[in-house]
Design a protein around this ligand. Structure first.
Ligand code: ASP
Ligand code: MG
Length: 613
């Protein structure tokens, strides 16, 4: 007997017939000897309708902060009705076929949240009522997306209804699964599972039978449409096993694996540490190639040659060129491969004006799923380093990781500063594993690259001639954090001059705001030109097993070079390589990379309607 949480999205419960189909599936699960807790969304597009209703009756010009706050409270009362309809109807449907069931809304269960209307984070879920209903043989049907606010004065649950933000019922389901220690949390939706890439561009994208939480989070642009990232964050922190399946098919779907031992605290489910661990690696050497020609094939040639010699390249960084037509590329490798790497690099005729080597470096990294969507975390890391006078030589970021190259001599100081800033232990990241049921011998069959993501909604900003001294990266980021601008793919290249380039990508919608903020501070902070480019896309490969093989990045670069696509920026982490390319090459880039790693299947995937939007 297993304890199973099943979550059904809006399209799965869109009308009476679908509710009955869901009822049948629940009944079958119970009849097979399981205990079932069901979490549901509002029927069909109900929530959209409620939002539209609110806008049509309550649209005010220039509302004051008080007016906004007052409206948000009522908004939650309004939106929470959607899910309440579904739970009552589904519970009645179950009872009608003789299956005892009880419906509960968020406040009846006590899904206790922060007192933040329309975007509340879950603090904890009381499990008593759920458990006692289960013990009576009932199916417990719970309204997703909603909770009840904690009273900041008494610290007890109040009677104020909150919602978690659009798409939040996945998060409700996983939080409930964590609280009742369910064996699995099944997310039923209208896609068959997680695919290797976007099937609208690559029709033969394949379904993955498993993916790790880390991969899922790094594949944000692929996965976010299917699963609310906050739900993956909770699954990761609490070791909840999840799966995504179609509510129309009997296919197994995609299992999302979590680390075996979670590190979460059930009393603050969603407000865990932003940063989970900090680690430092002294076994690194940095090689930089300066002023190499900016044309397709250069990165490919370089990293292919290194891979051919079995050199394990770790970080790869290419920022934005300051001078027309030339780039700097820097990378790090293990100490013991320096000689070989130097010979290979210096022997290449790719036109670098200078090759520099620095073996007195260390790589310091912070990891945490909590940093997703919180631009302040990177700024805080850079500030912590600046405050103790540590200069950052190189930066590379991904969704859940930030790595900085610093002088090895600064290592201890840097670690202490970051530990203090984030109150985290020093240890290596506990990786999510791929636990394949049918393949025990070390996952040999699993491709090192699991998914390829394309993000077209990005713009790039480069800040030129940033004085090479502690605190600059932090100050630049702070300008953006103050404007609440989320940035990703931050890259700072190594330079032999006394200035650096810092580049990053932001959402296109934030570009103008970011540009204004940065230009305004140029005279104060002493950096040079700020260049913006809204015409780019970001393409990334992700795979938890990538670190075990050399030459993966090289294959990605070669695939692009063979199609004559120029790479304009590179950032890497252990499980991800991201490149910025011209937007007009975006789809081509995605296709050739997907092809390079043989990720296509034989059959075209039918594009589910929710992805067609
Ligand atoms: N009904 C809510 C929404 O549409 C929550 C959800 O479906 O996840 O955003
Ligand atoms: Mg949803």
């Amino acid at each position: 007997m297993a304890l199973i949480v099943q979550k059904y999205g809006g399209s799965s419960v869109a009308d009476a017939d679908r509710i009955k189909a869901v009822r049948d599936r629940i009944k079958r699960t119970v009849d097979a000897g399981n205990q079932v807790v069901v979490v549901v969304s509002a029927m069909g597009k109900t929530t959209d309708g409620l939002v539209a209703l609110a806008e049509s009756v309550a649209l005010t010009d220039n509302p004051t902060l008080e007016e906004i706050a007052a409206k948000e409270r009522e908004m939650d009362l309004l939106l929470a009705t959607g899910e309440q309809v579904t739970i009552a109807a589904l519970s009645m449907a179950l009872q009608a076929v003789g299956q005892p069931a009880i419906a509960m809304n968020g406040s009846q269960v006590r899904v206790v949240t922060e007192p933040n209307h329309t975007r509340a984070r879950i603090l904890y879920v009381e499990s008593d009522r759920i458990r006692s209903a289960l013990a009576l043989g009932k199916v417990v049907v719970i309204a997703g997306f909603q909770g009840v606010a904690i009273d900041p004065v008494t610290g007890l649950p109040s009677s104020e209804i909150t919602t978690l933000g659009r798409g939040g019922s996945d998060t409700s389901a996983v939080a409930i699964a964590a609280a009742i220690e369910a064996d699995i949390c099944e997310i039923y939706t209208d896609v068959p599972g997680i695919l290797t890439t976007d099937p609208r561009i690559v029709p033969k994208a394949q379904m993955l039978s498993e993916i790790t939480c880390d991969e899922m989070l790094e594949l944000a642009s692929l996965g976010a449409k299917v699963l609310h990232p906050r739900s993956v964050e909770i699954a990761r922190n609490f070791g909840v096993k999840m799966c995504v399946r179609s509510s129309w098919l009997d296919d197994a779907g995609t299992v999302i694996t979590s680390p075996r031992i979670g590190t979460g605290n059930l009393q603050s489910l969603e407000v865990n540490r932003f940063v989970e661990t900090v680690s430092i690696d002294y076994d690194q050497v940095k090689i930089a190639l300066l002023q190499i020609p900016d044309r397709p094939g250069i990165a490919s040639q370089l990293f292919k040659s290194l891979a051919e010699q079995g050199i394990n390249v770790d970080l790869i960084i290419q920022a934005v060129q300051e001078q027309e037509g030339v780039n700097d590329i820097a990378f790090t490798i293990p100490q013991n491969q320096l000689q070989l790497a130097e010979v290979v690099t210096r022997g290449l005729e790719i036109g670098a004006s200078l090759v520099t080597v620095d073996s007195a470096i260390a790589k310091i990294s912070i990891i945490g799923v909590g940093m997703i969507g919180r631009p302040g975390v990177a700024a805080q890391m850079f500030t912590a380093l600046a405050d103790v006078g540590v200069n950052i030589q190189m930066i590379s970021t991904s969704e859940i990781k930030i790595s900085c190259v610093i002088a090895a001599a600064d290592g201890e100081k840097a670690i202490a500063a970051i530990q203090a800033a984030f109150d985290v232990p020093v240890r290596s990241h506990q990786a999510c594993e791929i636990i394949s049921d049918n393949n025990s011998d070390n996952n040999l069959d699993i491709s090192p690259v699991r998914g390829v993501a394309l993000d077209r909604n990005r713009a790039r900003i480069a800040v030129q001639q940033v004085p090479d001294r502690p605190g600059m990266a932090a100050k630049i980021l702070e300008q953006l954090v103050e404007q609440n601008i989320s940035l990703d793919m931050i890259v700072q290249s190594q330079s032999d001059r006394d200035v650096n380039e810092i580049a990053f990508t932001v959402a296109i919608a934030d570009l103008a705001k970011a540009e204004t903020a940065l230009k305004q501070f140029a005279p104060v902070l002493g950096y040079g030109e700020v260049t913006c480019d809204g015409d780019i896309s970001k393409v990334s490969i992700v795979g938890a097993n990538m670190i075990h093989q050399s030459g993966i990045a090289a294959r990605m670069f070669s695939a692009l070079a063979d199609s004559d696509i120029n790479i304009e920026m590179i950032a890497t982490s252990e499980i991800k390589v991201s490149c910025v390319v011209r937007d007009r090459h975006a789809e081509k880039a995605l296709k050739v990379i997907h092809q390079e790693f043989n990720l296509s299947g034989d059959l075209a995937i039918e594009v589910p309607s929710i992805l067609k939007k």
